[in-house]
Ligand binder design. Structure first.
Ligand SMILES: NC(=O)c1ccc[n+]([C@@H]2O[C@H](COP(=O)([O-])OP(=O)(O)OC[C@H]3O[C@@H](n4cnc5c(N)ncnc54)[C@H](O)[C@@H]3O)[C@@H](O)[C@H]2O)c1
Length: 384
């Protein structure tokens, strides 16, 4: 840890953290960092005025006008990158070169080449570099994974599900994510499909080997609204602009283990807010997890079906570890984030937490996304 860190008698000095980007997810990172005992030494947003406002809001020691200055500042141990996607790679490379540990949001970069460069730089640096595929931290996801791994459900036969949202349903909805310069050539898939594929691979322990995808841009023109906020809309009155990034993807896939699967990704499905759902059909039983009902796991057998609750007394150790409050007191997304950040800091302290999503996981999903784009364009199966 940095020598400039505050001294805490009888304990290790707090991790000194930088937050770059202070929108939706920047605030979530800052909260989880504070809960893990970190000190937020600096924040940068898109303008000096916004950085100043964000420093106060997120409880940072000070605002930095320039992100490059913050990510290389001597007092910083860990850099959290929470900006639009096009800034992830340059800032992560600068931070790693300056010897920082890095938490970089997904998608790791705007394309697979850039993501691979980040993976290589992280490996060479010897620093901890993680990517918030935080749905891994739901106790009932961990329970599904543990039961599959133990062979309790029999061999995996079929994987299916999807990730549907509605916040970009109308031509009035806008986000920097729509612009390929800022978000990358893939929008819906890179943004949320990457979460689903990571989860599918995490639960099954198998990897997607080939994909056959079709994509559609069903809202061909959108308002261009300065200041539009993800999931909330708003922003200034707008001009129209043509849209080149996909609103939805329909995908078939085959795993390295020879299992077949299907999945749907959409940001234009009215009524679906954050509908990440995954079902793994095995020889003896099926398990199904729905992110909007994260306290339970559906377990289906031929003779009966049941809903398992997040009761630590009946969970596998890896799932019980993340049960923070007693069953019946709902926990969810924020607790997943807290656990992910705490595990990242534990790794910085020398631990090797099971399931911690490191940059390799982000690189992996960048390759899946690249294969989906090629497949959708050519109309054929593409190997990952
Ligand atoms: N892991 C997850 O579950 C999850 C959830 C949401 C978003 N994300 C990812 O987090 C990132 C940010 O998404 P968001 O929803 O918070 O977007 P957002 O628009 O709410 O926030 C982005 C922030 O970046 C800031 N910014 C823009 N340019 C900057 C610059 N040059 N320097 C510093 N800050 C700058 C903006 O001011 C804004 O505050 C994206 O990569 C997104 O994919 C991940």
């Amino acid at each position: 840890m940095s020598a400039a860190g505050a001294v805490v008698v009888g304990r290790r000095a707090p991790v000194q953290v930088a937050i770059v980007g202070a929108g939706f997810i920047g605030a979530v990172h800052a909260r989880s960092a504070r809960l893990a005992g970190a000190r937020i030494v600096g924040v940068t947003a898109s303008t000096p005025e916004r950085s100043e406002e964000a420093a106060g809001r997120l409880g940072a020691v000070r605002a930095y006008d320039v992100a490059e200055e913050l990510v290389t500042a001597p007092e910083v141990d860990v850099v959290h990158l929470c900006t639009p996607n096009h800034l992830h790679a340059p800032l992560a490379l600068a931070a790693l070169a300056a010897g920082k540990h890095v938490v970089c949001e997904k998608p790791l970069a705007v394309d697979a080449v850039q993501a691979a460069e980040l993976g290589t730089a992280a490996a060479a640096s010897g620093r901890v570099a993680t990517v918030p595929f935080v749905y891994r931290y739901h106790p009932m996801v961990l329970e599904a994974r543990a039961r599959v791994a133990a062979g309790e459900l029999g061999a995996v036969r079929l994987v299916h599900g999807g990730y549907l949202q509605d916040w970009l349903s109308t031509p009035e909805d806008d986000s920097w994510r729509v612009d390929p310069e800022l978000g990358g050539a893939s929008r819906a898939f890179a943004d949320i499909g990457s979460h689903w594929c990571d989860l599918a691979e995490f639960i099954t322990g198998d990897r997607i080997a080939a994909v056959c995808a079709q994509s559609a841009t069903v809202v061909p023109e959108r308002a261009q609204r300065a200041g539009a906020r993800p999931f909330q809309g708003g922003g200034d009155a707008a001009e129209r602009r043509p849209v080149s990034t996909e609103d939805l993807v329909v995908m078939l896939f085959r795993t390295e283990g020879g299992v077949l699967g299907t999945m749907l990704v959409s940001q234009v499905s009215p009524g679906r807010k954050n509908h990440l759902h995954i079902e793994v059909g095995c020889e003896l039983a099926s398990v199904r997890f729905e992110q909007e009902r994260p306290e339970t796991l559906w377990l289906g057998r031929r003779e009966r079906t049941e809903e398992l609750w997040r009761d630590p007394a009946h969970l596998s150790p890896s799932a019980a570890r993340h049960a923070i409050v007693p069953v019946g007191h709902p926990q969810g997304y924020l607790e997943c984030f807290d656990a992910f950040v705490a595990d990242t800091y534990a790794a910085i302290g020398g631990a090797d937490p099971d399931g911690l999503p490191r940059f390799a996981a982000g690189v992996r999903q960048a390759h899946v996304t690249a294969a989906v784009l090629v497949s959708a364009e050519r109309g054929e199966w593409v190997d990952v």
